[in-house]
Structures are given as C-alpha cells and as structure tokens.
Design a protein around this ligand. Structure first.
Ligand SMILES: NC(=O)c1ccc[n+]([C@@H]2O[C@H](COP(=O)([O-])OP(=O)(O)OC[C@H]3O[C@@H](n4cnc5c(N)ncnc54)[C@H](O)[C@@H]3O)[C@@H](O)[C@H]2O)c1
Ligand SMILES: [Zn+2]
Length: 374
C-alpha cells in the first residue's frame, strides 16, 4: 500500500502529514526534502519509544547527513508534561548548540509531541518542529494542528502552551506494531470521534472493520489514520486557533476531561477511555434532549464496547464513584467555559455533531445524576 499525504493548508505555515509504512526508516529523506531542510536536529523522545524506534531514526538521519546534536529522553507518561522536564529538555538542547534554524524532532506519542512542541515554540523564540508520531493518538490527533503544551502543577492540564505548527508530520503505521494494545484502543477512541462528529460513512466503515483494526492490520490502520488526519486538517485549516468549529474536535471531551480529572489522570483511566465514555454520554444527552434519534447512543456504545472501550462511568475500574456535583464542577472548570456558559458538543445524528451553549446547568446536573446510576 502506498503512502498517503495529507496537506494542512495554513498559508505560509502549511505542511504535509505523510502516512504509511516504513516512514521512520525513510524519515531522513523526508526531512532532507523540506523547503528549509535543517542541517542539524535535536531529538526528543521517551524511554519506551527510544528502545523501540530511536535507532531507525538515527540511521535515517545519518544516511542523509543530517547531524543529530543530541537526544533528550524523558520518562514516559503524562507527568513529563511539566515545567521541570520542559526546563531540563530546553537546557539540554541549548547546551547541544542547537541553533534557531535547526529542527526539533519529536519522536513519540502525544506527551513527547506536546512537550517537544512547546520547547520548539520557545527555543530562541521559535525553531522548526518535526513530529514523528508513534502512538495512534498522536498520529490521528496531537501531532496535527499545532497545539503544544504542558500541565500546571496545581491548576490543570495543558494550561501552559503555544500554537506552533510543525513543518512536517510523519505517521509510520509500522511504529504502531510495538504500541501496547490498550494504548491502541485508547487512541482509537479519537478515530471513532471523527466518524461520530462529521462522517457517518467513515463510522460505518470503522464498524465493519473492527476486527482488522484491533488486529493492527496495517492497511486498515492506514486508512483509519488517513481519514482522521484529513478531517482534523480540514477543521484546523478553517479554524486554526479554535474560535469556532475546531471545538467540534472536543466531542466527548468535556465529560471526558471531568472524568480524567476525577480519576487523577491515573493509568486507571486513559484519555481515550475517558473520551469513549464522554462520547457515549454526549449521544445519550443528545437523545434525551430529542436532538438525536432513538438508538443513536446505543449504536455508539455498542461500537465502542466492541472495541473494548468503556462506555459508562460504572465501567471505570475501582469502587470509588464520582458524585454528580463533583463531575459538574469539574466540567465547569474545563477551559471550554465562556463567560459562565458551558459549551457542549452534542449531535443530531451519528456524523452530525454541533456546538451548543443551550444546555442549562440544571438540565446537565439532572442528566449527570442518572448517568451515574447506569
Ligand atoms: N496537542 C494536541 O492537539 C493534543 C491532542 C490530543 C491529545 N494531546 C495530548 O497527548 C497526550 C497523550 O498522548 P498519547 O496517548 O500518545 O500518550 P503518550 O505519549 O504517553 O504515549 C502512550 C504510551 O505509549 C508509549 N508509546 C508511544 N508510542 C509507542 C510505540 N510505537 N511503541 C511502544 N510504546 C509507545 C509511550 O511511551 C507511553 O507509555 C496527552 O498529554 C494529551 O493531552 C494533545
Ligand atoms: Zn482527545
């Protein structure tokens, strides 16, 4: 199967996302053929990805005479999106003699991409960034679109950040071979999200190809990644800084973020798992408000369950349960509250999400009360 290339059209900041097999081994050539190809790079990766994939990147750079000045290796996991790790990586890169025209290469999942992205955005007021996405979530979501950032120790996720578009994104389908299956499934929740928010035919296709996707069939994964990236690129191309339409990408996320915060961003509930529950809740609420036809939520839940994802709050492991008031408060604290009004993404049908500020706090609290019972 040949490689796909999806353009992200953002004027002077346009770039391409290449999706295919063996891209990591060919990454040197891709980087060398950029318009302002760097002569040196610094690589940021995490310990897991280093063990599985770093050698291939280094040989590929070597083959085209791009010098790798340094490799910053961070501990895997969300905790690395911190000011401390940001400072360490920045010092290491500056100490390696990296110059403003040299590129920062993020090799990893969303944690590496978000952190390295912020380092690139701020290194000497902005250095080129190349994303080599190795998790499914990073391939379909975090590597595309230019959001970078780290977490505040006491105030929440992604509160310290910048928009900084990459110059190139590589999504090597073969890299997913080493991705733990639970991470693959969690990333898959974001793939399903694209179908649910704007492409019912894609959702149908995903539903028909469930087994191929969980078996990591490369052709099926490539098609799923390509369509997801196309949709993200289209939305970002129309609304780069989330003034409007880009908020559709938050389908399931207001509920999901509240659940993640409640679970303490622990391994007990991965982001994609929280989003799977959140999307199901968004369709249930849409149905209850007579916006979406009956059975929509059941279809969404049926599909996600078949992919081994949780769909109910009671599916979260452990015996502790959030109380409705707690979840409501966490939803209000999510950054999508504009002048006190909560923005929700609801749906008129599968493939037809929309943004609304019309759900009253009372209605939402009533919904949360019975959502927690079932
Ligand atoms: N910038 C954005 O637009 C955006 C969008 C969505 C999510 N995010 C962020 O992305 C992060 C989550 O990303 P993630 O799910 O990729 O998490 P992650 O980067 O922590 O990766 C998940 C785990 O998989 C491992 N891993 C990654 N690729 C691997 C591979 N090929 N083989 C073996 N192991 C591999 C990692 O080491 C890690 O342990 C969150 O911090 C979230 O806020 C950002
Ligand atoms: Zn997400």
């Amino acid at each position: 199967m040949s490689e796909d290339r999806v353009p992200v059209a953002l004027g002077a900041r346009s770039y391409e996302v290449a999706i295919g097999r063996g891209l990591l081994a060919n990454s040197g050539r891709h980087i060398a053929s950029l318009q302002n190809a760097p002569s040196s790079v610094a690589v940021v990766t995490d310990e897991n990805v280093r063990a599985a994939h770093l050698d291939r990147l280094l040989s590929a750079l070597d083959a085209v005479n791009i010098r790798c000045r340094t490799v910053a290796v961070i501990p895997p996991g969300e905790a690395s999106k911190s000011i401390t790790v940001y400072a360490d990586v920045m010092e290491q890169l500056l100490g390696s003699g990296l110059e403003r025209r040299d590129a920062v290469v993020a090799l990893g999942g969303g944690v590496v991409g978000d952190l390295a992205g912020l380092v690139a955005a701020t290194l000497r007021r902005g250095a080129p960034l190349i994303q080599i996405a190795t998790s499914l979530l990073a391939q379909v979501d975090s590597s595309v679109g230019g959001k970078t950032g780290i977490n505040s120790r006491s105030h929440g996720k992604n509160l310290i950040g910048a928009f900084h578009q990459p110059s190139l994104v590589l999504c090597d389908i073969d890299a997913l071979e080493t991705l733990p299956i639970r991470q693959l499934r969690a990333g898959y929740a974001e793939v399903a999200k694209y179908g649910l928010l704007g492409d019912a035919d894609f959702f149908e296709w995903l539903d028909e190809n469930r087994d191929r996707l969980t078996a990591k069939d490369p052709a099926a994964l490539q098609r799923a990644v390509r369509r997801s990236v196309e949709m993200k690129a289209e939305i970002v191309g129309r609304d780069e800084t989330e003034q409007g339409e880009r908020a559709l990408l938050n389908l399931g996320h207001t509920f999901g973020h509240a659940l993640e915060a409640w679970a303490g961003y622990s391994d007990g509930l991965l982001h994609g798992e929280a989003v799977a529950i959140g999307m199901t809740l968004a369709f249930r609420l849409s149905e209850e408000l007579d916006l979406a036809p009956p059975q929509s939520a059941a279809r969404v839940a049926g599909h996600l369950r078949a992919m081994n994802l949780p769909t109910r709050i009671s599916d979260i492991p452990g015996s502790a349960r959030p109380v409705p008031e707690q979840l409501f408060e966490l939803m209000r604290q999510d950054k999508k509250v504009v002048s006190g009004q909560m923005t929700l993404i609801l749906a008129r049908a599968i493939g037809e999400a929309f943004i609304t500020r019309d759900v009253t706090p009372d209605r939402l609290q009533a919904f949360l009360r019975h959502a927690l019972d079932s």
